[in-house]
Each structure stands twice: as structure tokens, then as C-alpha cells.
Write a protein that binds this ligand. Sequence first.
Ligand SMILES: Nc1ncnc2c1ncn2[C@@H]1O[C@H](COP(=O)(O)OP(=O)(O)OP(=O)(O)O)[C@@H](O)[C@H]1O
Ligand SMILES: [Mg+2]
Length: 611
Amino acid sequence: MTTYMSSTSHMKMLYGSLFRLIGKKNRTRVLLLQILFLLTALFQVAGIASIAPFITMVSNPAFINTNTYLAFLFNLYAFESDSQFIISYALSVILLIIVSNSIASYSLWKLFQISMRLGAHVQRTIYKSYLDNDYTFFAINNSSRLISQITQEIPRMVYMVVQPILTLISQLFIAALIIVGLLIIDISIALTATAIVVSVYFLIFKLIRSRVVESGNLISTLNLTKLKLLDESIGGIKEVKLKGTEDYYKQQVDRVTVRGLSASAYIALAGDLPRFMVETVVFASILGLSIYILLTSGTANEALSTISLYAMAGYKLLPAAQSIYRAYSQIRANGSVVLALAHEIEKSTAHDSPLRTLGNEPAPEGDIVFNDVAFRYPNTAKFALARCNLRIAKNKITAFVGTSGAGKSTAVDLLLALLVPTCGTITVGDISLDKQNIKAWRQKIGYVAQTIFILDASFRENIALGVPEAEVDPIRLKKAAQLANIYDFIAECDGGFNFKLGERGAKLSGGQKQRIGIARALYQDPAILVLDEATSALDNVTEQLIMNDILSLAQTRTIVMIAHRLTTVENADNIFVFKLGKIEDQGTYQSLANNSLEFKALLSAGKGSHK
Ligand SMILES: Nc1ncnc2c1ncn2[C@@H]1O[C@H](COP(=O)(O)OP(=O)(O)OP(=O)(O)O)[C@@H](O)[C@H]1O
Ligand SMILES: [Mg+2]
């Protein structure tokens, strides 16, 4: 798409986006950097300019008297001899070059430092824009893509766009000053020299431009594809092994890598190759020019000083021109990254997240009531939950049952305020759950998810999740583990609570993971405990033990649990039967078993599968 856009409008958009992305503080930093660049360029050019007179003086000392500036200096400091003057001049030039290169090194250091800062700023912005979003954002965005933006596209922006832009500016200053200097000395030669260099680079870039831009866009796509392939194959290694798809993944990853590398190689080559052609043309021109001067003026001395001036100018101008060209082609190739990142932030910030900034009001207390609550996930047509009315009594046990996909987890996520009702309200003791009190509300809830997320860390860190190591209370830790029936297992592990669980809990069984999840919810001693299929992976005996523990907590806590195994909810005070996003029936186990057709259907289906 960007390939067909005109060069200038593309670049304008790119600079505009980048300008907005980097933030106010960094814009000032970049501005100050330009002043440093200008200073660097002045010194660099002064360094070059001071060489030519030196060469002339050495070959012809009389030049000191004939040149007005040199004669002025000679008299100003009252030198005694030409050689003394030449030596002093040489020492001053050396000093100038030392100073000039020190400034150049400093400005290069600043260039790197500031480009890293810009990268860090953009990364902060994008990561914040992701994390501030509601949970629905993550349900509709591919996680590999989100990770790729931060791990691959931000570094690409820093190294392939920001640094080249800064390099380009710094070299433009140098090139411009050299050209101005040459213009002062000899307009026609300066113009010819500039025209030759610029047109050679321009022609080459015209020829390769579209492929450079294409290669850049290709790299973005391939980066993402590769991350997805790696994530699928390594994350889903069990399925890969079972289906024997290792070779498929090896080939795909290889193909993507090779294509990506050849695209990068093309961009690198496109940036460096013209140097040889330009050097050839320029040196041929300098040699031609010297012969021309020699033939027309006839004196070797004059030819020598002119040639040395142009050779020195070329010595700085050519690398400057080459750097400008190289930077420009890199920016063209990778500039789409900036537009993509800007778009990404825009999209992420525009995602409808009603809970982006939360207040600090205290949590409400009392019965939890759903008033005509309906919910639809973004990008779906069907309501996952439709006009749902229910009351969850304080300090009682409430259960949700129903077939898979009936909307139980959605109802729980609404209760946790991870999701916001599409219509209707949720009140707690007559106070609506809203942005102001949700933060405190969530703190009150201990939640065991349907799939437990295990950190690659110790039992301690997994149970006291989010609590700093030093603040973990060992007594509460032990109590939570005991209630969740995992304490004996932990005690047997090497190092006890310090035992490391491996990535995604690789060293644990499904039921052990669930019990860690329960211990985690209990560690905070929450006023409300929400269990979404928290005991589904446990055997009947272990489940019974944990349920007894949980029942013992029930007098002083509100408990909400979802279960497929209906024996789990036998002791619930109230059971809601979900069907196709609606509440079909409610009551105690006994009353539902007698009166609810839906519950009876669940019961008889359950008898077949759970013995
Ligand atoms: N992130 C999502 N995006 C779109 N639709 C979703 C999403 N999560 C769930 N749904 C849909 O919402 C409906 C209710 O799902 P929910 O997870 O609440 O069911 P459930 O009753 O908990 O089922 P289960 O017993 O299988 O856990 C389903 O039809 C499901 O397809
Ligand atoms: Mg569920």
C-alpha cells in the first residue's frame, strides 16, 4: 500500500507520526541535538578547511605572505620565521582536529542515547496502552502480535528509522557546510561536484526504491509470522509431537528466516553498494579536474592546493553523502514501522475500555445483584449473556451450573468487573459497581480461574502472587496451602515453598495446579471467593476434602462457584441454572432436582460421566 504512495507524502506522514509518538520532552531533546550537530559540522569543516593552506605553505612558504589571512596571523603573533609559523599552524590544526573529533564523538554518543530514549518512550506508551485496556481487548488481539510490537518493531524503529533520521540530519549539516565552503571558493566547481554526487545517488535510489520499501514491509510481516510459528510449536509441543508436525514447523520457520534475511540483506546492500559507483565517478572527476588545472594554469603549486582542497572536501563530503543516502534508504525501507506503531497505539487507545482509569472509592458491601444484565463480546453478534437477573446473598454459597458455553464464566467475569455489562447494572448492597469503586472491589475477591496461570517461580511466589517476597506471611501461606490441600505435597518437594515450578507449572499435574490456584485465592483471606471450575481436575476424594474446607469458610464469606460436577454444589444455598445465556431456574439442590427440567437433564447426563 505504502509502495504506491508518493515519496514526499509518505515521508511527511512518517515524520508527522514520529514527531507525535516521541513526546514533548524528547522533541526538545532532539531539537537541542540539532544544535550539537551544527556545532560538530562547523568544527569538522573547519578541520578540513585548515589542511589545504598547510599543504600549500609546505610546498610554497611564500604563500604565507601572499595570503592576507595568513599574513595577518603571522604579524599578529610576531612569528620569527616561516618554519616557526608552519609548525605552530600544524600544532593548531592538530588541536582543532582533536577538539573537533571529541565533539563529534560526544554528539554521536548523544545521538545513540537520545534514540534509545525515544525508543523507551514509545515502548512505554504502547505497553501502557495495552495494559490499560479492558480484558476484552486481549480476547480479540493475538498475543504474539502484541508481543512482536514491543520485542521486534520497537527496536526496528530505533535502529532502522530513528538513528538513521538523526544520522541523516547530522550529515546534512556537514554536507551543506562543505558545499557552502566550496561555493565560496569556486562556484562552478562546487556546483558541478554537488550535481555529480547528488545525481548519481538519486538515479541509483530511483532504480531500487520500490524494492527497498517492499523488503521493509515484508520484514514486518515475516517477523510476526515467525513469532507465531515459534509460539505455536514450542507452546503447543505436545500436539506437535502427537501429530508429528515437527518437520512442517522446521520448514516454515526456516523459510520465513531465509526470506527475512534476504530482505534485510537487500536493504543493507541497497544502502552500501552505490558507494563504489559514486567513489569511482568522484575520483575520476578529481583526477580530471587536476589535469585540467595543470593544463590551463600551468603551475604545479596551484594545482596541488586546489586538488588537496577538493580531495579533503571529498574525503568528508563523500562519506557524508553516502551516510545520507544510506540513512535515507533505511528510513524508506523501515519507515512503515513508525506508521504501524502509531496506528497500533491509536487502535489500542481507541478500544472501548470503560474501565481505563479507576478511582479509589471504597468497595461496596452486601448482596450482589445483577439487574437486567446483558453482555456481548466485541466483534461478536450473539449475546453471551442476555437479560440476566440474579441475587448473590452475602456470606452464602451460590452456585452457577449449566451446559458448556451457557455464559457462566461470562457472568463471573462481570461480577469480577473484568467485563462491563453491555446493558443493565450490577449493584452491591444497592451501590452500583463503577469506575470509582472497582479497584477496591476487585481487592476483596479471591478468584480461581477455569485455567490456572502458573508463574515460572516458587510455590511461595505462586501462592502469594503479587506480594513482595519480604512481605509474604509464612503463617498465612501455610494456612492457605493446607486449606487447598496442597501443603503435604509442597512439604515433600525439595526446598518446600522455595521449590521452583517450571514454566507454566510444567512440573505440576492439572489437579496440583488447581490447588495452587485455590491456595492463591485463599492467601488474601478474601471476603468473596469465586471459583470457576476450580476443582474440575481433582479426584472425588481430594475435591471433597477441599470442599469441606471451603464450606468451613462459608459463614463469614460470600462464595460463588461454577461446577459441572453437580455433587460439588450439593451444599450451595442457592443454585442458578444457566442455559444459552439466560437463567433458566434457581433454587436449592433438592428443589431443582425435583422441579427443574434443565437441572434434571444435567443430573442424568452427569450420572453417566461421573461415577
Ligand atoms: N473472548 C470471547 N470472545 C467472544 N466470545 C466469547 C469469548 N469468551 C466466551 N465467548 C462466548 O460466550 C459464550 C459464553 O461463554 P462462557 O465462557 O461464559 O461459557 P461457560 O458457561 O463458562 O462455559 P464452560 O462451562 O464451557 O466454561 C460462549 O458462546 C462463548 O463462545
Ligand atoms: Mg466457563
